[in-house]
Design a protein around this ligand. Structure first.
Ligand code: 2GW
Ligand code: MN
Length: 296
């Protein structure tokens, strides 16, 4: 059975939660109204998480799409930096989805880490490249991830790891606070406001960033199926949500509360002026050259 919201069935995961120090970061929100932790630097002892997840034999599949020009522009930096910082000490497999399999850079991988390249078609509209990730991820989970991994984490490729992105980020259902919105009032959130779209919502909890989401594979399967279905229903009705898959993701997490939230330290935009809450950058947005990347 699927288990959403803060309600860990696993006693040991509950013990991990109890090791969090919610008072360590008094200047930021460290807990949601439904009692899911929001992970900020200083709240946790990384060694406790790493030990427990080694003991549970947790394993992680990371999915990333590098279609068209994004392969050459971002993939190498993403993967080489992930090798330095992503879930060190746990078995990790990168699933790289691309239309140019033979062009995927050859990265030297650490022990218990591997890379799989899966060929996908290049959709002509970039909005579809982004949205159809939901379908492809769901299929990959059903075909093989479910047999081999505990967790799945799905990433945008236009980013670079800069610091530890470790097992403290693992959880049943994990969402990321958007760096540009975590301090803003609700009424500025860019939810889809068109009642014709399945992503339509009036109020919500937070504005989540679709650049990272994850969780136990069962939950990510449910998330990607649900978002894909809504995307296709919108297509039938000739509407498209304001921020594409991200709008549907926000709707999903509104209806199915995540069990853990990641602070913007996990996906920071260095062009933001106010760094007062940011005690570490674990992953940062890569610079974008829209003219070169989006003229297709
Ligand atoms: C996307 C937009 C314009 C032109 C090209 C692409 C593109 C995206 C592409 O040519 N090839 C490709 O592989 N992608 C993949 O889609 C890649 O993994 C990329 O990271 C992801 C999302 O596109 P991106 O990163 O350009 O969009 P952002 O950074 O504005 O992302 C947010 O909004 C998106 C929806 O508009 C998604 O929800 C995304 O997850 C959000 O972070
Ligand atoms: Mn992106």
């Amino acid at each position: 059975a699927l288990n959403f919201g803060y309600q860990t069935s696993n006693k040991e995961l509950r013990r991990i939660h109890d090791t969090l120090n919610f008072g360590a970061r008094p200047e930021v929100q460290t807990n949601t109204s439904w009692n899911a932790p929001i992970i900020w630097e200083g709240m946790f002892d990384p060694n406790i998480y790493d030990k427990m997840h080694v003991q549970f034999q947790s394993s992680v599949a990371l999915t990333v799409f590098a279609v068209g020009r994004y392969l050459d522009a971002y993939c190498k930096t993403f993967l080489t930096s992930a090798e330095q910082h992503f879930m060190l000490g746990l078995p990790v497999t990168y699933y790289v989805f691309t239309d140019l399999p033979e062009m995927v850079p050859n990265i030297e991988l650490g022990p218990h880490r591997s890379l799989k390249v899966i060929k996908v078609a290049k959709h002509s509209r970039w909005q579809d490249i982004s949205m159809m990730r939901m379908k492809t991820i769901s299929e990959a989970i059903a075909a093989e991830i479910c047999h081999n991994f505990t967790y799945v984490f799905c990433f945008d490729v236009d980013q670079e790891f800069k610091g530890r992105f470790g097992s403290e980020a693992l959880g049943d259902s994990v969402a990321l606070l958007h760096a540009h919105y975590y301090k803003r009032p609700q009424n500025m959130f860019t939810y889809d406001r068109n009642s014709k779209s399945k992503a339509y919502m009036e109020t919500g909890d937070f504005y989540y960033h679709a650049a990272i989401f994850g969780g136990a594979w069962e939950n990510v399967k449910n998330l990607t199926d649900s978002c894909y279905l809504s995307i296709m229903e919108d297509k039938l009705n000739n509407v498209e949500a304001l921020w594409h898959d991200e709008s549907h993701l926000n709707k999903y997490f509104w209806l199915n509360k995540p069990s853990k939230l990641l602070s913007p330290e996990y996906c920071w935009d260095q062009s933001i002026g106010d760094w007062r809450d940011i005690n570490i950058t674990r992953l940062v947005w890569a610079p974008k050259n829209y003219d070169a990347l989006r003229d297709s």
